[in-house]
Design a protein around this ligand. Structure first.
Ligand SMILES: Cc1cc2nc3c(=O)[nH]c(=O)nc-3n(C[C@H](O)[C@H](O)[C@H](O)COP(=O)(O)OP(=O)(O)OC[C@H]3O[C@@H](n4cnc5c(N)ncnc54)[C@H](O)[C@@H]3O)c2cc1C
Length: 375
């Protein structure tokens, strides 16, 4: 049986990045996803500046929906509060196209990609020298496995590498895509819109796409039922502001992990990255940056372990992730809890100004929370 250097489970941004970097460093890499690509992924599709800087190459035009140059903030009554236009803040993408692009980059670097193929279980054997990967189509083997199965995967749990997370360690979101409205490209400054909704740590958004908007609300998972009731009037109000007719919207609900809680990140030979490791900023909801960055770190540790015989890739991965994200996640979690329902953010208050400044600072800077000007 062929033994791969590394098998990557899940071809989201985290898995594809890990596969690309490992393949680029000469490893024999197999990337697997349970869905046929390109596949849909529920997401706002906003890539911040700091995420763009992590990408191997600039995104092709066909992947970018809209470049973003500003943020507009609305209060809990849908009244415009304030805007900031500080220059490029990121881009919006459709996740099927973006993720497909990252997979293609991994394949170009030399990774083998198979989809759809569902992984059921992974099992380290021979004292962590090898890992058996049980798929819907039989067993595969690798020296190391990177599990990047996203927030709802069960592979890490089944292998005893991850505990079931508690409800309060999750966020919950509802999103839809609405076509129409004034195209953001036609506006003087294409911007994202944030709405202060009356939910603990939550906010609503409208992100411009080429031919419409990605609109959604998110908060802590314990408020999921209330969010379901809230989202229809929310959408109606946002569409009214934008003068778009809403044709029977279909909302997609999805959970996302909130970073900042202690979680397992795998073992010596199986490394958990991206959402699977719980890497989502609980204040901003940004996860793609952390998915890509943790995929990079995991791949570089796996590469090192191939060179140095007795190298504990898992331990070093955990250490580097802690250094890279944990302090920021703790601060972000504290900020998400402290920010309450954002009811008090309204026009003419310093809070609105500070909130916008913080959001932009976080979009731009990888270590935003440990820098002085983030409050
Ligand atoms: C509604 C919503 C809006 C969001 N908006 C934003 C945003 O605007 N910007 C941002 O930065 N982040 C956003 N996020 C977070 C972001 O989507 C995630 O953090 C990011 O997708 C994590 O990437 P990943 O590679 O870890 O996992 P995923 O992108 O979830 O990819 C995991 C992959 O693993 C595959 N898989 C799962 N199980 C198996 C299996 N058993 N075998 C094989 N394959 C498997 C899945 O099919 C999937 O393709 C949002 C999240 C939600 C829910």
């Amino acid at each position: 049986m062929q033994i791969y250097d590394v098998i990557v489970v899940g071809a989201g941004p985290s898995g594809s990045t890990a596969a690309r970097i490992a393949a680029k460093n000469g490893l024999e890499v197999l990337l697997l996803d349970q869905k046929a690509f390109p596949r849909e992924k529920v997401c706002g599709g906003y890539l911040s500046c700091k995420t763009l800087r992590l990408l191997a190459e600039p995104l092709p035009d066909k992947v970018v929906e809209q470049s973003i140059y500003g943020v507009r903030l609305y209060d809990g009554h849908y009244r415009f509060i304030q805007k900031k236009e500080p220059g490029l803040l990121g881009v919006t993408v459709r996740r099927d196209q973006f993720d497909q692009h990252l997979v293609q980059e991994a394949v170009r670097a030399g990774a083998q990609f198979i989809s759809p193929l569902k992984v059921r279980y992974v099992q380290p054997v021979e004292g962590f020298q090898k890992v058996h990967v049980y798929t819907a189509d039989g067993m595969l083997a690798a020296k190391k496995v990177i599990v990047a199965e996203g927030a709802n995967g069960v592979v890490a749990q089944r292998a005893g590498l991850q505990k079931k997370w508690r409800k309060w360690q999750w966020g919950f979101t509802l999103t839809t895509v609405i076509k129409g409205g004034q195209r953001a490209a036609e506006q003087a400054v294409p911007y994202v819109e944030l709405y202060c909704i009356p939910f603990l740590g939550g906010f609503g958004w409208a992100f411009p796409l080429r031919d419409g908007y990605n609109i959604g609300v998110g908060s802590w998972a314990c408020q999921a039922h209330a969010l379901y009731r809230y989202v229809t009037p929310f959408l109606a109000q946002v569409c009214r502001l934008k003068n778009i007719g809403q044709e029977a919207p279909r909302f997609q609900g999805s959970y996302m992990p909130a970073g900042g809680f202690p979680r397992k990140l795998g073992s010596r030979s199986v490394l958990l990255t991206g959402d699977c490791g719980g890497f989502v900023d609980p204040f901003s909801g940004e996860g793609i940056y952390y998915g890509i960055r943790s995929g990079e770190i995991a791949a570089s540790e796996v590469v090192k372990s191939m060179v140095k015989g007795d190298y504990d890739a898992g331990a070093n991965y955990r250490k580097r992730c802690k250094q890279a994200f944990y302090y920021d996640f703790y601060c972000s979690l504290a900020k998400a809890l402290r920010s309450g329902t954002k009811r008090s953010i309204c026009a003419g208050t310093p809070k609105a100004d500070r909130f916008l400044a913080d959001i932009m600072h976080i979009m731009k800077n990888p270590k935003a929370y440990r820098m002085h000007n983030s409050s």
